[in-house]
Design a protein. Structure first.
Length: 242
């Protein structure tokens, strides 16, 4: 069985609470005895997860240099869904917002987008299998456990996925500079919001499939928001309509 080592208190806590995947071992740094850590240990033991106490060097090695905060959880990889299963899980498509990430390569940005999505009512995030950051421990740490509260789909062809979603009634909005200003956009649900890559924005073919291109009006001398911040802004705007 393939396992991975997740690090950070929030991530470990969310994985154990959600119970969506099997956790095998919780490793705690010796000397960590805060109330939150003790609660985490209790949660793990109630779930039948083995608890170990090790020195800092052992945790540093398992986390591969990541900021583990004295906590590492060995677990199965996060659950992936297919497109049909995710569609079937929606109770009301007229209150549904999904997000697609068109080539986000920074795992920190990916984690931040997933966290914003989970906080602001986006139920599913779709990633391309290639030319994209994956759901690595680094991305999961940045997401602070939000991976457990959202559907993750990996697809071979994002453009074919867009076509399938349109057939299901989704309106497709691409985030890119030069589009219609966000306050002027009359979003229609179900909506599929596509966030372009950090450097190049939307791929040309993906852009062609969008019903509307949306931009975020900006003031000051900064050229543009990064992908994570742009996603949070548009997710917040859409959360008002869910």
């Amino acid at each position: 069985m393939t396992t991975e080592f997740l690090y950070g208190v929030n991530t470990a806590e969310e994985v154990l609470k959600a119970g969506r995947r099997r956790a095998l071992r919780l490793v705690i740094a010796r000397g960590e005895n805060s109330q939150r850590i003790l609660g985490l240990v209790s949660l793990a033991r109630k779930g039948g997860v083995k608890v170990e106490f090790c020195d800092q060097r052992a945790l540093d090695k398992l986390a591969n240099g990541g900021n583990h905060q004295g906590v590492i959880l060995e677990t199965e990889p996060p659950r992936r869904m297919d497109l049909n299963s995710a569609l079937e899980s929606e109770k009301d498509l007229k209150k549904t917002v999904w997000a697609g990430l068109d080539g986000i390569t920074d795992p920190m940005n990916l984690g931040a987008i997933i966290r914003s999505a989970a906080c602001l009512g986006v139920s599913t995030v779709i990633l391309p299998e290639r030319r994209s950051a994956g759901i690595t421990p680094t991305a999961q740490k940045a997401a602070s456990g939000a991976v457990e509260r959202i559907n993750i789909i990996e697809v071979v062809n994002m453009n074919q996925t867009i076509i399938k979603l349109k057939e299901k009634g989704f309106w497709v909005y691409g985030m890119d500079m030069g589009g219609k200003p966000l306050p002027q956009v009359d979003f229609v649900l179900p909506a599929f919001i596509i966030i372009g890559s950090e450097g190049e924005g939307l791929h040309a073919k993906t852009r062609e499939h969008c019903d509307e291109i949306v931009s975020i009006p900006q003031k000051g001398g900064v050229e543009s928001l990064n992908a994570g911040n742009a996603a949070a802004v548009v997710f917040y705007e859409l959360s008002k309509r869910i």
